[in-house]
Design a protein around this ligand. Structure first.
Ligand SMILES: [Zn+2]
Length: 70
């Protein structure tokens, strides 16, 4: 029940195309539906049903998904 259990707003995002992992910041109040991979340059989009790329490919779901699951 701690609102802030070490979540810094940063996560590791894994590219579904080339599997490169990069550290990215998650915006606290926005969903990232399009991200360009810094390794292969391709577009990363969320899987169907996920609200943002972090929910699909990040190490943590985005804050708004955590909010909804509560
Ligand atoms: Zn990539």
């Amino acid at each position: 029940m701690t609102p802030d259990e070490g979540f810094s707003g940063a996560t590791v995002l894994r590219c579904p195309h080339c599997e490169a992992e990069s550290r990215e910041r998650i915006p606290a109040d926005a969903c990232v539906v399009l991200h360009d991979c810094s390794a292969c340059g391709r577009e990363i989009r969320p899987e169907e049903g996920d609200c943002c790329v972090f929910c699909s490919y990040g190490a943590h779901p985005c804050p708004s998904a955590v909010d909804r699951g509560r």
